[in-house]
Design a protein around this ligand. Structure first.
Ligand SMILES: Nc1ncnc2c1ncn2[C@@H]1O[C@H](COP(=O)(O)OP(=O)(O)O)[C@@H](O)[C@H]1O
Ligand SMILES: [Mg+2]
Length: 393
């Protein structure tokens, strides 16, 4: 049998795992890659490769070995020059090599959004030394948010609320930094009413949007998300216009998670992922086509005739709190028992081989068929709290 497409997946976490399932359901053959064996997506893929995505030679060797039709990045930290090289030679990089290059570092996508497209963003400056950061904070103002230009899930991110926070914020950012450039972005803190992810799908037939997803973050990392987020039509329209402008600029086909802060009717662009978004895991229960199904269809050029929302839904994360290799995830039985009439609950366990503080080990999902997003959020949080990790080492 010949598969409809061969996909090389770069990064094999929980988002990659769901993408593999969606792609395989459509008949694709998937090779899952990550820097460690037994990663979530590898557990369900056809083949696996273990190497660092930042190792140019190893990345090139994996592409040569498997000769995929599509390269689908699941993470940001990739030797994107290699992807550009292969794209120039005709390989399909998802959504485009330009999108992976522009979003790998916060400063590049910020320049596209703020300078090239003129979208509203927080006031910001960059710094490459502690002295420069003091100067940047003086201009941007306090409070401000400091982040390494290359990092994800809140790593190295902190809020400067007073002058004495500047030195520790620099040290924390340097420690949490990935890649080869020591550089931080200093952003004015936006006292937003709420923040959203707008899942935006760029297809050959046009740009589509899912209902906005609200989310709550702690330490720069997502804790719970819900869909639909209550938003005025004016704010939704503004967010859609901005999302369309950014994805059209980045090019290619696939699903993007575009993040915005909302203050009243003012919508401020924050950042985006040119791939499924962690807060979008709520679509595993909220819609007929999940964000992973949508990504797979857009990539493979398959139609997306209708997106149906089943009802107000929510997700809540299940986190580890220490480092361990020998542990067991328990409490599924209690979590899966119906907690509220009319609310469906489900749980996904990621089967990561080790734990560390705050590592995401699973997610609880809830769909409030006749309720509201608050009912779904409460149910997802309760279900997540019933899943416990018992450490044995
Ligand atoms: N300028 C800001 N003002 C207020 N909150 C912010 C700001 N920047 C980031 N945050 C908070 O931190 C979270 C993570 O920041 P983000 O830039 O999205 O980094 P990551 O790439 O790690 O997701 C955001 O979702 C938001 O809750
Ligand atoms: Mg983010």
């Amino acid at each position: 049998m010949t598969a409809i497409a061969k996909i090389l997946l770069l990064g094999s976490g929980e988002l990659g795992r769901e993408f593999v399932i969606s792609a395989k359901r459509l008949g694709a053959h998937v090779i899952a890659c990550d820097s460690y064996a037994g990663a979530p997506a590898m557990q369900v893929a056809d083949e696996a490769e273990v190497f660092s995505m930042l190792d140019a030679a190893a990345l090139g060797a994996a592409i040569e070995k498997h000769k995929p039709d599509f390269v689908v990045p699941e993470i940001e930290a990739i030797r994107t020059e290699v992807l550009k090289d292969y794209e120039d030679r005709g390989l399909n990089i998802v959504p485009s090599a330009r999108a992976t290059i522009m979003t790998m570092n916060r400063d590049r996508i910020r320049e596209v959004a703020a300078t090239e497209l003129g979208l509203p963003t927080s006031k910001y400056l960059y710094a490459e030394t502690l002295e420069a950061m003091h100067a940047a904070v003086a201009v941007v103002g306090i409070p401000c948010v400091v982040k390494p230009v290359m990092s994800s899930s809140g790593k190295g991110q902190s809020i400067v609320r007073a002058a004495e926070d500047i030195d520790p914020a620099w040290a924390y950012a340097v420690a949490g930094m990935r890649g080869d450039r020591q550089r931080v972005i200093v952003e004015a803190f936006i006292p937003f009413d709420y923040e959203i992810t707008l899942l935006t799908i760029r297809t050959r037939e046009g740009v589509l949007f899912c209902d906005p997803i609200g989310h709550r973050q702690e330490r720069g990392d997502y804790q719970e998300s819900w869909q639909p987020a209550a938003m005025s039509p004016a704010a939704i329209g503004a967010a859609q216009d901005m999302a369309r402008a950014v994805v059209d600029n980045l090019g290619g086909y696939g699903l993007f998670g575009v993040e915005f802060f909302v203050v009243g009717d003012a919508v401020i662009f924050s950042e985006l992922s040119p791939r499924p978004h962690d807060t979008g895991m709520v679509t595993l229960i909220s819609q007929n086509l999940t964000e992973f199904d949508l990504h797979a269809r857009a990539i493979l050029g398959l139609p997306i005739p209708a997106m149906t929302q089943y009802g107000p839904s929510a997700s809540a994360v299940i986190l580890a709190d220490r480092e361990a290799k020998d542990f067991v995830v328990e409490g599924l039985d209690a979590a899966l028992r119906t907690l509220t009439p009319g609310v469906d609950v489900d749980v996904r366990v990621f089967n990561k081989p080790t734990t560390r503080p705050y590592r995401r080990m699973g997610v609880a999902l809830a769909l409030a068929r006749n309720g509201d997003t608050d009912a779904a959020r409460a149910a997802a949080r309760r279900a997540a709290a019933k899943v416990t990790i018992t450490y044995r080492d």
